[in-house]
Design a protein around this ligand. Structure first.
Ligand code: ATP
Ligand code: MG
Length: 425
């Protein structure tokens, strides 16, 4: 993509009312637009990152048998009344609206109820199970405090998968697979080492739900981490009994701030009972379906990545999430032909490149923008590099600089398959 044609511009200042570092950087670098508090639009660069994250999630959900669908955001009140979750005193973050005829509707904050009802039309016998539908869809929550940028939206994207199993054993086996898949997702974007499986309340069947908490000062949650055992306990469930259950000692735990990037729940028969979602087994006997739900916030994950991977100059995208694999900078009119050629060669080789071909920006501005935007590899073509017959390659994370012949560079980019893991230095 030509940067001269990219309509988003970098800016020096983020909006005054923005306090979160992730949103400040993403707005300044032209990835997102703040529509109002807790409501953000994704601009071309931001959408590329979000799509990368969604693809990583899709791949892992598909690998454990997930089937993607897309449910409506508009919700039927009567469906939610079945589980008593329409009541504002039970769920306090509903956005509700009305049809012209006065009937009330809700804007979905999750999808257990409508999906369980829908699945009644598809699950009758043991042959129909297990089933793992999932979606990446917009949720609405009337959050009270929205100080965490794109990590806490009133309108936000959620990947929510729901498992429908015949019995506890089948459920538990999938639950463990989902836990592993979540681990892979967070590792893919470089957060594996600091993201902990965290025991939390909220399971309506099992005692605990499992949160995936990324240790970070910008996090809104407090967790107690066992470095050795690689698990944590959420402050909300932190008591003697829980520690005893998990075989943890107070002395081995450290208090940390963390971001809840994912949460998985065993739901038991709570929803299948409410909607009479049964199946008939081999002997003709009826049983309620055992359910689970598995959420990740792709936008929150993107915000967490920015919080963790950034410095005083801007964002430092991990390869798997980066909007482009390389950022090519052309410095000066005299080199534009050579830089154009490098860009075309990269394109032909299938390397996703953002090409800063702007004629009206100084070298200093281009360098500052490249640091702010944070693409992992910066390639520079300048009179100096041309003199040597080479291209300058810089790693945004390590700052390491290397001069490489163009042919050698493109070849390397191809053999390394560029995304998700480019390693030049
Ligand atoms: P929190 O405690 O932070 O309000 P939650 O526990 O209510 O979140 P879940 O219902 O577990 O959230 O939703 C599943 C996932 O969706 C969360 O783990 C998080 O990654 C994401 N998510 C939840 N709320 C938001 C939000 N307001 N903005 C962005 N992502 C969110
Ligand atoms: Mg949660």
């Amino acid at each position: 993509m030509l940067q001269s044609g990219l309509f988003t511009k970098t800016r020096r200042e983020a909006p005054k009312d923005e306090v979160a570092n992730n949103a400040k950087l993403l707005i300044r670098a032209g990835f997102v637009h703040k529509e109002m508090a807790g409501v953000y639009s994704y601009l071309p660069l931001g959408l590329r990152v979000l799509n990368n994250i969604n693809e990583i999630i899709r791949k892992e959900m598909d690998a454990i048998g997930g089937q993607e669908l897309f449910l409506t955001a508009l919700q039927d009140k009567s469906v939610w009344e079945k589980t008593n979750r329409w009541d504002d005193s039970v769920v306090d973050n509903w956005f509700k609206t009305k049809l012209k005829n006065g009937s009330e509707l809700g804007l979905g904050f999750t999808h257990e109820e409508p999906l369980t009802k829908l699945m009644r039309e598809h699950i009758n016998s043991f042959r129909d199970l297990p089933a793992y539908p999932y979606q990446i869809q917009t949720k609405f929550r009337n959050e009270i405090r929205v100080k965490s940028g794109i990590m806490r939206g009133r309108e936000f994207l959620m990947k929510d998968l729901y498992s429908f199993s015949k019995n506890e054993e089948e459920h538990n086996s999938f639950y463990e697979k989902a836990k592993e898949a979540y681990g892979k997702i967070f590792s893919s974007v470089g957060l594996g080492d600091i993201t902990y499986v965290t025991f939390a309340s909220g399971g309506s069947f099992s005692k605990y739900s499992h949160e995936f908490q990324t240790v970070c000062e910008a996090g809104e949650d407090i967790i107690y981490v066992s470095e050795d055992k690689k698990i944590a306990v959420n402050k909300e469930v932190y008591d003697e009994k829980t520690l005893e259950d998990l075989g943890l000692k107070k002395e081995e735990l450290e208090e940390r701030k963390a971001i809840e990037v994912g949460n998985i729940f065993s739901l038991g028969t709570k929803f299948s009972d409410a909607f009479n979602l049964d199946y008939t087994d081999e002997n003709g006997e009826k049983h309620p379906v055992i359910m689970g739900s598995y959420g990740i916030g792709p936008g929150r994950l993107m915000g967490a990545i920015v919080e963790i991977f950034s410095d005083e100059r801007g964002i430092v995208w991990p390869e798997a999430a980066a909007p482009f694999a390389v950022h090519l900078l052309s410095l000066g009119d005299s080199v534009s032909k050579t830089a154009d050629k490098v860009y075309n060669d990269l394109r032909e080789a299938g390397v996703e490149a953002l090409y800063d071909d702007r004629k009206d920006a100084t070298a200093g501005e281009k360098f500052a923008d490249a640091d702010l935007i944070g693409i992992p590899w910066r390639l520079v073509v300048s009179p100096k590099t041309i003199e040597q017959g080479k291209v300058e390659v810089k790693n945004r994370r390590t700052g390491e600089i290397k001069m490489m012949e163009e042919k050698e560079l493109v070849k390397l980019l191809i053999t390394l398959n560029v995304k998700p893991a480019v390693k030049l230095c």
